[in-house]
Design a protein around this ligand. Structure first.
Ligand code: FAD
Length: 461
C-alpha cells in the first residue's frame, strides 16, 4: 500500500475525531513536558479503543509507516516525540476506567487514563493505586507501564511492574495479545506482560491493563529532616526501615543545592533552615493514626541519637502536601538556571557519596563554573542530578555525560533508573547493559516488529 492510500485508509477507519493530517496537528503533540520539540508528524491518530488501534497498526504495518505511541507526553527522554516521517498514535481518547473490583483489589483501565484521574476515583472508594509521581496530572497509565515508572512510593510498593496484574497489547502488525486475566497467580509459561512493561513502546502498544490496588491508608504523615553528613542519612534510612517497616512509603533526599533552589521556586518560608548539607523527606502511611505516632517516635530517637540535626513533622494534610511540593516541583527547581544536563541514575546507596564527590571533581575539571543539583529517591538507590554549565560552553554537556556514565557503569549502576532510554540516552546504554543483553533486545524487537515500525530508533538504532 502506498503512502497516500494508507493515510486515506486511516482516515476512513478513525474518522474526523480520530485522524488529523500533518499540517493540522497541534504543536503540543510534538512537545514534551519541558518544551523539547520533536518533528512535525505525518499524521495524528486518536483511536477510541483496542479494535481501532489494531486496525490502524495493521494499515501502518502494511504500508511500512513508522508509529510512535504517545500518552501524556511527560516522558523525559524524548521517546514520545515524533521524528520526521512518523505518525503519532495518541491514547488520549482511550481514557475509560472500565471496572473496579474492590474485593480483588484490581482496576481495569484503558491506556489513556490519566494517573491522577484514577487516583481521585479510587480515593472516593477508599482504595489506592500506589503509583505516584510529580507528573500525575498529565501522565497516563499506558505511559507509566511503558516506562515502568517509579516515583515516590517505590520503597513500599515497588515500580509499576509490580502493580500490573494483566496487560492487553497490540503488536506492530495489529495482533492483539489479550493478557487481561484478573488473577495474581498464573504460572503458565513466560509472563509476556513483562516484555512490554518498561519497553517504551518499541515492542507493542499498551491498550488496556488490570492494575493492583491497595486499601487507601487511613492516615499518612510527612516529615522533613536535616543532616550534616551522608553517613547520618544512611543511618536514618536503616533506622526508619527498622522502626516503620511496611509503613515507610517514601524516603527522599535533597542535597542543599537542591533544597535552597526549591525554597526559592516555591516562594514560602523554608520549613527548615537552609544551610544543612542534606534534607530528607519521609512519609509514613498506615490504617490509622498509629503511623503518625510511630514516625514521631522514630524521629525523636533519631534526634536523640544524632542521626538528624533538625526535623519538622506535618500536622495536617495541607502541611503534608506543602512538604511534598519541595520534591514534586523538581523539574522547575532543576531549571532555575539553564543550560543544564540532567541524569537519573541508580547506584548502590553506599556508593552515592563518593559518586557525587567524583562527579563534582570531574565537572569542575570540565569547567570551574559548573554547578550541580542533586536529589533523589534514596530509599530506592535512585539519584537525579542536574549539572548547570556556562551557556558559552555548549560542548560541556557532552563532556559531562561522557564523565558521568562510565562512572555509573564502574559502580554497576543504571544509566536510567526510571525515565528510560528513549533517544536521549541511547548512546550510553552499553554502560548498563552487556553486548549480549543488547543483542537479545534487538532479537526481540526483530521478532515482534520485523519491519521496525514501532518507535524506531528508540532505546537502540
Ligand atoms: C514533573 C515530572 C515528574 C516526573 N517524575 C517521575 C518520577 O518520579 N518517576 C518516573 O518514573 N518518571 C517521572 N517522570 C517521567 C514521566 O512522567 C513518566 O515517564 C511517565 O510514566 C510517562 O507517562 P506519559 O503518559 O506522559 O508517557 P509519554 O511521555 O507520552 O510516553 C513515554 C514513553 O512511553 C511510550 N508510550 C506511551 N504510551 C504508550 C502506550 N500506550 N503503549 C506503548 N508505549 C507507550 C512513548 O512512546 C514513550 O516512549 C516525571 C516527569 C515529569 C514531567
Amino acid at each position: 500500500m502506498k503512502l497516500d492510500p494508507a493515510l486515506e485508509a486511516l482516515h476512513a477507519l478513525l474518522g474526523e475525531r480520530g485522524f488529523v493530517r500533518g499540517p493540522a496537528v497541534e504543536e503540543r503533540y510534538r512537545l514534551d513536558a519541558v518544551g523539547r520539540p520533536g518533528e512535525a508528524p505525518l499524521a495524528l491518530l486518536r483511536p477510541a479503543d483496542t479494535g481501532q488501534v489494531s486496525r490502524a497498526l495493521a494499515i501502518c504495518h502494511g504500508a511500512g509507516l513508522p508509529v510512535v505511541p504517545q500518552g501524556g507526553r511527560t516522558g523525559l527522554v524524548q521517546g514520545q516525540l515524533p521524528r520526521a516521517g512518523e505518525i503519532v498514535l495518541s491514547t488520549e481518547r482511550m481514557a475509560a476506567i472500565e471496572a473496579i473490583d474492590a474485593d480483588a483489589g484490581m482496576a481495569t483501565v484503558q491506556a489513556g487514563v490519566v494517573l491522577q484521574a484514577l487516583q481521585e476515583r479510587l480515593d472516593e472508594l477508599g482504595l489506592m493505586f500506589p503509583l505516584d509521581l510529580g507528573a500525575r496530572g498529565s501522565c497516563t497509565i499506558g505511559g507509566n507501564i511503558s516506562t515502568n515508572a517509579g516515583g515516590n512510593r517505590v520503597i513500599r510498593y515497588g515500580m509499576t511492574r509490580e502493580l500490573v496484574v494483566g496487560l492487553e497489547v497490540v503488536l506492530a502488525d495489529g495482533t492483539v495479545l489479550d493478557g487481561l486475566r484478573p488473577v495474581i497467580k498464573n504460572n503458565t509459561g513466560p509472563d509476556l506482560k513483562h516484555l512490554f512493561i518498561g519497553s517504551e513502546g518499541i515492542l507493542g502498544v499498551v491498550t488496556r491493563a488490570i492494575l493492583r490496588l491497595v486499601p487507601k491508608p487511613g492516615a499518612r504523615v510527612v516529615a522533613l529532616c536535616a543532616a550534616a553528613e551522608f553517613s547520618q542519612v544512611r543511618a536514618l534510612l536503616r533506622h526508619a526501615r527498622g522502626r516503620l517497616a511496611g509503613e515507610l512509603t517514601a524516603f527522599e533526599v535533597m542535597w542543599d543545592s537542591y533544597f535552597s533552589r526549591a525554597v526559592q521556586v516555591i516562594g514560602r518560608a523554608a520549613p527548615l533552615a537552609p544551610g544543612h548539607a542534606f534534607y530528607m523527606l519521609l512519609e509514613a502511611a498506615g490504617p490509622d493514626s498509629g503511623c503518625v505516632a510511630r514516625l514521631e517516635g522514630m524521629l525523636h530517637d533519631a534526634l536523640q541519637e544524632g542521626m538528624v540535626s533538625d526535623a519538622v513533622l506535618a500536622k495536617s494534610e495541607g502541611e503534608n502536601a506543602r512538604l511534598w511540593e519541595l520534591r514534586d516541583r523538581s523539574v522547575e527547581v532543576s531549571r532555575v538556571t539553564v543550560p543544564i544536563v540532567t541524569f537519573d541514575v541508580s547506584l548502590p546507596i553506599a556508593a552515592m557519596e563518593s559518586f557525587v564527590a567524583q562527579l563534582r571533581t570531574a565537572t569542575l575539571a570540565i569547567d570551574a563554573r559548573c554547578d550541580m543539583v542533586v536529589y533523589g529517591h534514596l530509599g530506592d538507590g535512585n539519584l537525579h542530578l542536574t549539572v548547570h554549565y556556562p551557556p558559552e560552553r555548549p560542548e560541556a554537556a557532552s563532556a559531562i555525560q561522557c564523565a558521568l556514565y562510565p562512572l555509573v557503569g564502574s559502580y554497576r549502576g543504571s544509566v536510567s533508573a526510571e525515565h528510560g532510554i528513549g533517544i536521549m540516552k541511547r548512546e550510553f546504554l552499553a554502560h548498563s547493559r552487556s553486548p549480549q543483553e543488547i543483542a537479545a533486545m534487538r532479537a526481540l524487537k526483530a521478532c515482534l516488529d520485523p519491519k521496525s515500525i514501532l518507535s524506531p530508533g528508540r532505546i537502540f538504532e
